[in-house]
Design a protein. Structure first.
Length: 410
C-alpha cells in the first residue's frame, strides 16, 4: 500500500495534472516554461492557484507577475481570455497586508458584472489565506449594506469607480493606506465616462507611493496623458502582435434585415452550441429579439443596462451556471466576462467600431479554447465590415454551408 504524501509534498495533492495542449492556441501555451513556484509565492496562495486548475503561468502572467511583485507600475496589453485577471490578482494576494483592516489593494472595473466575477476569482485564489477579506462595492446596490461592510476588515476591494468615490467622500472607504491600484479594462475606465472620477480617487484619496497597474486589450490615445501624470516609469507589456484570439474562427453571413431572424434560426439548427451570446446594438432590439428566439422554441435570456440591477444579477448568475443556452445582450456584456462554456458569439447587429467587435468576439475562445464568431451583415454594413477587418488586421470570411465542429467544439 502506497504511503500518504508527506506534508511537504502537498503539491501532489492539489496541483492539476498537465492537460492536453494540442487543442489550445499559443495565446496561452507559448510560455517560457515558468512555474508558479518560481515566484516564491506563499504556500496558501499556491494551493488556491492549483485548486483553480491553473497549471503554469500564461504569457501575460509570466510577464506581469514578477514585475508586479517587485512593486513597479505596469501598462499591460493582452488579449481577452488569456489570463489577465490572474496576472494582477496573484501579486495582490501575495503582497496584501493582513495586519491592517483597511484595503491594501483596490481593483477598479467598469461594470458590476465584471466586479462580481473578479471578486469571485479573488476569493477562490485566496481560499486558504486565513483572514483575508474581499469586498465588492458597485453602484446599483444598497448603500447602507456597503457602509456596514466597511466597518469590518477589508483587504482587497473590487469596485466600480463611482461607488468608490462616493464611499471615500463619505469617509467610509479609506484608501490612504491602499498601496496597490489595478485598473482592469483600462481603456473603458479612461473614457470620459470614468476618467474624472478616477483622477479624483487617485489624487485626493490614495497615497503618493501607490503602485498602479493598467490591464486591457486595447488602449486609447488618452492613456498617454494618464500615464505621464500618474505612473512612475511603468513597465510596458505588449502581447498584442495580433488583436483577435487565435482560437476564434470569424465568419459573416450576408442577409437582408428582414431575414435576420430566419438566418439566426438556421444557425441554431446547424451549429453545435454549448452556450451563445447574441449581440444587438440597442436595448429595444435586445428585448424584441429575445422574445422572437423564445417564440422559435429556444431557451433564451436577455440582459442590458436598463434592467434593474437585481434582475441583471439573476440573469448573469443563471446564464453562468448553465441554466440557459442563449443570451441576447447589449454591449453591457462585452467587458471581461469569462464564461468558458460560451463557444459561439453572434453579432445580430454588426458593431460600429473595431474595438466593440474585438470585445464581443472575445467572449468565445477563452483561455486558448476554440470558438466561433458569426456576424450578420446587411448591405449597409459592408463598408464597416471591410474597415474593421483592416483595423484589426484580421479576416472575416463568408460562412460555409457546413461549419467544421472542430473549429469551435474542442
Amino acid at each position: 500500500m502506497a504511503a500518504a504524501p508527506a506534508p511537504d509534498d502537498w503539491r501532489s495533492l492539489v496541483k492539476p495534472p498537465p492537460k492536453d495542449t494540442r487543442f489550445r492556441t499559443s495565446d496561452v501555451t507559448a510560455t517560457k516554461g515558468n512555474e508558479f513556484e518560481d515566484y516564491y509565492l506563499k504556500r496558501e496562495l499556491l494551493m488556491g492557484i492549483y485548486e483553480m486548475g491553473f497549471e503554469q503561468p500564461s504569457p501575460i502572467q509570466e510577464a506581469a507577475i514578477p514585475v508586479s511583485l517587485a512593486g513597479r507600475d505596469i501598462l499591460a496589453r493582452a488579449k481577452n481570455g488569456t489570463g489577465k485577471t490572474g496576472a494582477y490578482l496573484i501579486p495582490i494576494l501575495e503582497r496584501v497586508d493582513l495586519k491592517q483592516t483597511v484595503a491594501s489593494a483596490l481593483v477598479l472595473v467598469p461594470t458590476r458584472e465584471l466586479a462580481l466575477q473578479t471578486a469571485q476569482v479573488c476569493k477562490r485564489l485566496a481560499r486558504h489565506i486565513d483572514g483575508l477579506q474581499v469586498m465588492v462595492s458597485t453602484g446599483g446596490t444598497s448603500l447602507k449594506d456597503d457602509i456596514m461592510r466597511f466597518y469590518q476588515p477589508v483587504h482587497v476591494l473590487v469596485a466600480t469607480p463611482g461607488r468608490v468615490l462616493d464611499m471615500t467622500r463619505k469617509n467610509v472607504c479609506k484608501l490612504d493606506r491602499c498601496s496597490m491600484l489595478v485598473m482592469d479594462e483600462a481603456d473603458k475606465l479612461l473614457s470620459p465616462e470614468f476618467s474624472h472620477v478616477l483622477e479624483q480617487i487617485i489624487s485626493n484619496f490614495m497615497p503618493p507611493d501607490r503602485q498602479i497597474s493598467l490591464f486591457s486589450a486595447t488602449f486609447p490615445i488618452t492613456v498617454k496623458g494618464f500615464r505621464d501624470r500618474y505612473l512612475r516609469k511603468p513597465y510596458e507589456i505588449n502581447l498584442m502582435d495580433e488583436l483577435t484570439l487565435q482560437g476564434i474562427t470569424q465568419y459573416y453571413a450576408f442577409v437582408e434585415e428582414s431575414k435576420k431572424v430566419h438566418c439566426l434560426n438556421t444557425l441554431f439548427s446547424k451549429l453545435q452550441i454549448n452556450q451563445s451570446i447574441i449581440f444587438c446594438n440597442s436595448v429595444n432590439r435586445v428585448e424584441l429579439l429575445a422574445r422572437k428566439i423564445t417564440d422559435l422554441g429556444y431557451s433564451c435570456f436577455y440582459i442590458h443596462a436598463r434592467m434593474p440591477q437585481e434582475q441583471r444579477n439573476r440573469v448573469f448568475h443563471d446564464f453562468r451556471s448553465g441554466a440557459c443556452r442563449n443570451l441576447v445582450s447589449s454591449d453591457l456584456f462585452t467587458r471581461g466576462i469569462d464564461i468558458q462554456a460560451v463557444n459561439v458569439v453572434i453579432n445580430f447587429d454588426f458593431p460600429k467600431s473595431s474595438e466593440t467587435y474585438l470585445h464581443r468576439v472575445g467572449r468565445s475562445g477563452r483561455f486558448g479554447h476554440r470558438g466561433l464568431a458569426i456576424s450578420l451583415i446587411t448591405y449597409e454594413d459592408r463598408f464597416n465590415l471591410y474597415r474593421i477587418e483592416q483595423e484589426l488586421d484580421t479576416e472575416i470570411s463568408p460562412i460555409p454551408p457546413l461549419v467544421d465542429k472542430a473549429l469551435y467544439c474542442v
